[in-house]
Design a protein around this ligand. Structure first.
Ligand code: NDP
Ligand code: ZN
Length: 179
């Protein structure tokens, strides 16, 4: 069988190829793959997560949502468990954006522990990214609305990992977001 490190590198290689033409929304147009790799690294370095499935799901978390990747492809290459965690963190893009945003808030408490970990690290990465530099065309107010929405999603993910939650809380407190 493949060793864990080989599997993780295969996963990173797959995601890098899928996201190859995409860029982040920051003015520097950072390669998109920096984000899923960074989310997996937050889980490893800052949350102490060693569970391969969680790290793989983090690397793959935006492939189905943002590229032509299918769940069948993920299951075939990485197995049912990884596929199901990726499915839990994938928004249904056939729904209008406002609906998707609401669903993230009300579905968060019902996710598996693995999916909650990926979602916490994803929010932490994106909020740090917004603090680093605003996306092209975003007003101060839009950034603030994003923080407020993220706070509501995170409320449904609590009691999963104290290290991630404390770092998220520090970001919310800095913006005076408490409810
Ligand atoms: P988007 O969903 O359009 O953008 C945020 C998402 O973009 C993130 O969740 C992240 O998702 C991805 N992303 C890519 N690059 C970056 C980056 N550099 N920094 C952070 N995230 C990045 O935004 P929303 O629709 O959530 O808009 C935020 C708020 O603003 C909402 O509450 C909405 O109500 C409001 N809004 C305001 C508008 C206005 O013009 N004033 C228009 C639309 C919404 P991923 O992890 O998948 O990469
Ligand atoms: Zn993401």
């Amino acid at each position: 069988a493949m060793a864990d490190l080989q599997i993780l590198l295969k996963t990173v290689d797959f995601a890098a190829k899928k996201h190859r033409d995409q860029r982040r929304k920051d003015t520097e147009m950072t390669p998109y793959i920096n984000h899923p790799i960074g989310v997996a690294n937050i889980l490893s370095e800052e949350a102490g997560i060693k569970d391969l499935v969680v790290l793989q799901a983090a690397v793959l978390h935006d492939t189905v949502e943002d590229t032509e990747t299918t769940f069948e492809e993920i299951e075939e290459l990485f197995g049912k468990t990884v596929k199901s965690v990726v499915a839990e963190v994938t928004d249904d893009k056939t729904l209008p954006k406002e609906e998707r945003k609401k669903l993230q808030v009300c579905n968060a408490p019902h996710k598996s522990r693995e999916a909650k970990l990926v979602k916490l690290a994803d929010k932490l990465y994106n909020l740090r990214d917004l603090n680093r530099c605003s996306p092209q065309g975003w007003s101060e107010q839009r950034v603030e609305e994003y923080f407020k929405w993220a706070f509501k999603v995170v409320a449904g993910l609590r009691n999963t990992n104290s290290m991630l939650e404390e770092k998220l809380d520090a970001l919310f407190q800095a913006k005076n977001i408490t409810e």
